[in-house]
Design a protein around this ligand. Structure first.
Ligand SMILES: *[C@@H]1O[C@H](CO)[C@@H](O)[C@H](O)[C@H]1NC(C)=O
Ligand SMILES: *[C@@H]1O[C@H](CO)[C@@H](O)[C@H](O)[C@H]1NC(C)=O
Ligand SMILES: *[C@@H]1O[C@H](CO)[C@@H](O)[C@H](O)[C@H]1NC(C)=O
Ligand SMILES: *[C@@H]1O[C@H](CO)[C@@H](O)[C@H](O)[C@H]1NC(C)=O
Length: 174
């Protein structure tokens, strides 16, 4: 009886973990940043330069702008227009009208966002540098063409299997 239960537990646990791995990789490989965190995209005293400080934005991440759709908007501009708050000819108008706009950071470069309607002058401007994710700490040499998803997924998989080992030994005790 003991022996049989032991035999059953591990495959079941592994099957569940296989599902967990599949679910977790996409969740961890990209991060969706709410711009301004709980303050959102607002003219209420948020310094977005400070908000972005210390954060690492990687190719594949998203910015989520949450704001008052009746007042602000989200415009991607070039460096000059970012510095001077010029909203006349944006590179991209991300404003959808819902006050909740998602911007995919899918190119490794500097991105510049401002709110038009005068709010840029009050500080509603954000510059982020989008980088390639760092190589995983203990992984084998990276082959060219390795995708960002793989790189960031690899960090998670050992953690999941560490949990699997603990779980398995827990089951064996019983
Ligand atoms: C930004 O765009 C404006 C208008 O098109 C242009 O005059 C300016 O040189 C551009 N700046 C950069 C850094 O590309
Ligand atoms: C941006 O797009 C929105 C929605 O289509 C539109 O209402 C708005 O006028 C546009 N703003 C600019 C500055 O192009
Ligand atoms: C990045 O995303 C934008 C908006 O979805 C899309 O138009 C563009 O083609 C994408 N670029 C790349 C390099 O995937
Ligand atoms: C935001 O903080 C940065 C760094 O401290 C500073 O240089 C900048 O002037 C501030 N921006 C505003 C709009 O206060």
């Amino acid at each position: 009886m003991e022996q049989q239960r032991k035999g059953m537990a591990s495959p079941a646990a592994l099957a569940m973990l296989a599902c967990a791995v599949l679910v977790m990789i996409p969740a961890v490989s990209s991060v969706r940043y709410i711009v301004g965190s709980n303050m959102g995209w607002t003219n209420n005293n948020v310094n977005y330069t400070i908000w972005a400080q210390g954060k690492h934005f990687y190719n594949g991440d998203w910015l989520f702008f949450v704001y008052d759709r009746n007042q602000m908007n989200v415009l991607e501009v070039n460096k000059t227009d970012y510095e001077n708050c010029i909203s006349d000819h944006p590179l991209h108008n991300w404003t959808t009208g819902a006050g909740r706009d998602v911007v995919p950071l899918n190119v490794t470069r500097k991105y510049y966002f401002i709110s038009g309607k005068g709010f840029c002058y009050g500080g509603m401007k954000l510059a982020v540098l989008v980088e390639n994710p760092p190589p995983p700490p203990v992984a084998a040499p990276i082959k060219s063409g390795a995708s960002t998803y793989t790189l960031r997924g690899q960090i998670v998989i050992p953690a999941v299997f560490a949990i699997a080992a603990v779980w398995d030994s827990f089951l064996r005790v019983w």
